[in-house]
Every structure is written in C-alpha cells, then in structure tokens.
Design a protein around this ligand. Structure first.
Ligand code: UGA
Length: 453
C-alpha cells in the first residue's frame, strides 16, 4: 500500500529528537527538526552530530540529501502546516526534589500553541510524569483557546548505541490519546513500522505515560535482581552467568537484562526510577520495589570499590589503577550516572592514582573526573599499573591481549566488573582475576606479596 507522507515538526535536536526526526524522514515523512541552539543547527546542516550514535550521521545526511529532513531554529515558522509536532526536549531531574523538570516541555508547548493553524497533534515523546499531557493540554488551551489540537503521548524506547534500530524495528509503538483523529494520524505516521510487524498499542494518555516509566523501572529491577543474585553466587560458589542463562530461558523471565555488573546508570534509568518513585509517593502509593532497587543500586558502587580494594590486597593507597571504560555502557560517549563517576573518586580518595581509557567517552569524562589521567589506548593505560578494572563492556576490552596486558602491568591483577573476560583465560595469562558473581569459576586470587601488605 502507498504510504502517505506527513509533515512533521520535531522540537529538540537532542538524542531523542534527532533519532526520531531522522527515522521519521527515512520512513517517508517530511520532517523539520527545530532547536533553539543555532550552533547545533548549523553543525547539523553541515553534517556534524552533537551526539555520538552509531549510524546517525549517515542517516541524517542521507535524509537531508533526499529532501525529507531539514533543520531550523525558527519554531514559529515550522509549526503551521505540520500535521504533528513532536516534543523531544530534555526532562532532567530537578535538583531540589528529584521530580522530572518539565520546564523545557512546557516552554515548547507554549511556543507551539502560539503558532498553531489547522488541526495539529502535539506529540509528547520526552519522558514525562503521568499527567503531563493534561498540563500541556491546559496550557495550549489557555494560550490558544481556538486552536484545534490533540495532545498525544508517544514514549520513546530507544537505547543509546542502538537507537536507530530500536526506532526502526520497535517491539511496540505506544500511543496515548482519546482523540480519534490523533489516533488515526499516529497510525498513519507509524504505518510503515506497524506493517513491518511492530504492534501499535493505543491507550489513554495516562496509561501511555506510565508505560514508559513502568518499562524502564521493570528493566532496572531486573538488573538489580541479578546483581543481588551475583552477590549470593560469590558466597556460595556459583556462576551468575549460568544462573542467568538457567532462569532466562523461561520465557516468563526472558534472557535479556540479566547481565550482572556495577549497577545500572545512564541518562534514563536512574532519573526515571526517581521520578516514578516520587509519583508513587505523591499519590499515596509508594512503590517499594522501585525504592529498594534504587537504594540497592546506589549502594552497589560502594560494593564495587570494596571489591577493587580487596583485590588490591586491602589498600589502594599509592597504587596505580588502570580503568578500562568510563561511559555508563558501551556504544556511547554518555557519562550521565556512569558508575565511574562514583567509583573513581572514591578510589582516588583512598590514595589511588588512576589512568583510564575509554574508546568514546574521554572527552566527556575529562572535566567530570579531575585528576584522572586519560590514556590513548588500553595498553597505554595498563602500562605499569598495579591493578586493572574493566568498568564498561566495550568489545575492545573483551578482545584484550591478556598475555601482553599481564606483562605490561606492574602487578597482574584484573577486576572485571562486566564479566567480559573468561576466568580461565585470565588465569592462564597469569592474572589474579576477580569478576562479578563467578567465584565458582575464578582462579584463586593470588595477591602478590607487596600488594597484600
Ligand atoms: C534505556 C532503555 O533500555 C530504553 O528502552 C529506554 O528507551 C531508554 O533507557 C530511555 O528511557 O530513553 P539506555 O539508558 O540507553 O536505555 O541503556 P540500557 O542499555 O538500557 O542500559 C542501562 C543501564 O543498565 C546501563 O548502565 C547498563 O550497563 C545497565 N545494564 C543493562 C546492566 O547492568 N545489565 C543488563 O543486563 C542491561
């Protein structure tokens, strides 16, 4: 069937807005992405991406060349004539109380209201607390009482690093609206993805808003759960990788998001858990499982520090620690709520000197981690180190030449907080190796005499 191209305006050229705009263009729509940052827009027009995301630069330049994607700073000119205006601006946690800060969403809604012409769907894609759609609707009606408009919730489920694939082949598309015209428009916009197999879930606006938080919180709970099981594995001599596989094959559990590690981080889970927690408390329905997961995840950073210190023989004072990986996960340069931001300063406080390498994150990390020396490559970071820590699961760390690494270090001690390295191979290379929840398979930790003092 012939798909009808829609005119779409996307407000916000950040992570979500850029991926959304470029992907909507690639499924045939005519898209304008608006951002008030003139430098960012000029950069985008010249092919310079403000964020690191695999495949995005090529997609953006291809869609510009095809005439389906354009950028502007002029929101007032980009709204009239658009069938839908997607709000994709930031909703950071408010420092005062942890609630998600809606200032940018409301400012965008106000500006959109001032420029509406014919029927327009205002689509909130930013992650917003339940009830925000009602607030946006009230604001738009107050600013433009005669406007023919429907406010729709359409949460994003994009993982950094694979965001384009997540947009183009989503597990589901969630649309929250009671307005039949808006529902039909959203179905038309997403028809190419829907026809390719992505189910369209249409709910009321509040359910749609909650789906986003409930999904992220569930995933974060799953990670927290396997991290606690990993702790238990270490005590009883089991391998958490085996346990994860053994439970994950039950389709009611599922095998994804059962990778034990230093705790979840990133721009979404920590912020969204906090916002959902606050929403529950505000409505007299405290979400105890979520509150517990947040506390367990916070405490985990300290546990990781203690694990590193134990591996160093009880003290890191005066020792050089090579840290491989700084970003909150692989495939991104994003440092938001990265475990490194908590773990490294604590090690420094205990007297360690830290040399780090990250394939993408050193630019962002530098100013956030004062005193941490940045090395150009893994081997440069490892040279002369007393201990190495793998903190992010970058593939190049999994492919590390362990024999060379052990030779180049002052003491071959490796703490692998992502279970990237095979314990037997680490032992063969001569490493004293510690990982997460795999005591059953790990070689005895042979702490060199000087380290154990
Ligand atoms: C997350 C969700 O996965 C997306 O579906 C959602 O759209 C996005 O948040 C958002 O709300 O915008 P993202 O933050 O990019 O995406 O990263 P994830 O891949 O989900 O990882 C989050 C954290 O959990 C990372 O620190 C990662 O290392 C950790 N993690 C993930 C584990 O420790 N174990 C796992 O098995 C999976």
């Amino acid at each position: 069937m012939q798909h009808r191209s829609q005119r779409i305006t996307v407000v916000g050229a950040g992570y979500v807005g850029l991926v959304t705009g470029a992907c909507l263009a690639s499924i045939g729509h005519e898209v304008v992405v608006v951002d008030r940052d003139a430098g960012r827009i000029a950069g985008l027009e010249a092919g310079v991406m403000p964020i690191y995301e695999a495949g995005l630069a090529a997609l953006v330049s291809g869609e510009i060349a095809a005439g389906r994607l354009a950028f502007t700073t002029d929101l007032a000119a980009a709204v009239p004539g658009a069938a839908a205006v997607f709000i994709c601006v930031g909703t950071p946690p408010r420092p005062s109380d942890g609630h998600a800060d809606m200032a940018q969403v409301m400012a965008a809604a106000g500006e959109i209201a001032a420029s509406l012409s014919a029927f327009t769907a205002i689509v909130v894609k930013s992650t917003v607390p339940v009830g925000t759609g009602d607030e946006v609707e009230a604001l738009v009606h107050a600013r433009a009482p005669a406007a023919d408009v429907a406010v729709v919730s359409n949460p994003e489920f994009l993982r950094e690093g694979v965001a384009i694939a997540d947009f183009m082949r989503p597990d589901r598309i969630v649309v929250g609206t009671d307005d039949a015209r808006a529902a039909a428009l959203m179905a038309a916009i997403y028809r190419p993805l829907n026809e390719a197999g992505a189910p369209l879930v249409v709910t009321n606006r509040r359910a749609s808003e909650l789906i986003k938080y409930a999904a992220n919180a569930f995933l974060a709970l799953k990670i927290t759960y396997i991290n606690e099981i990993a702790n238990l594995c270490e005590e009883i001599g089991a391998d958490v990788e085996d346990v994860a596989r053994g439970i994950g094959l039950d389709p009611r559990i599922g095998s994804q998001f059962l990778k034990a590690g230093p705790g979840f981080g990133g721009s979404c889970f920590p912020k969204d858990m906090l916002a959902l927690m606050k929403t529950g408390q505000d409505h007299g329905v405290p979400l105890r499982s979520v509150e517990t997961a947040v506390a367990v995840n916070d405490a985990r950073k300290g546990e990781m520090v203690r694990k590193i210190v134990r591996a160093a023989g009880g003290s890191v004072a005066g020792k050089t620690i090579a840290v491989l990986g700084l970003t909150f996960k692989a495939g991104t340069d994003d440092m938001r709520s990265a475990a490194s931001l908590v773990i490294l300063p604590q090690l420094q406080k205990q007297g360690a000197r830290i040399v780090a390498h990250d394939p993408a994150g050193m630019g962002q990390a530098g100013p956030l981690l004062p005193g941490v020396l940045m090395a150009k490559g893994s081997m440069a970071a490892l040279a002369g180190a007393d201990l190495a820590v793998i903190l992010t699961e970058w593939p190049e760390f999994a492919a590390l030449d362990l024999d060379a690494a052990a030779r180049i270090m002052r003491r071959p001690i490796l703490v692998d907080l992502r279970n990237l390295v095979d314990p037997d191979e680490a032992a063969r290379a001569g490493f004293c190796y510690r990982s997460i929840g795999r005591t059953g398979r790990e070689a005895e930790l042979r702490v060199p005499a000087e380290a154990a003092e």
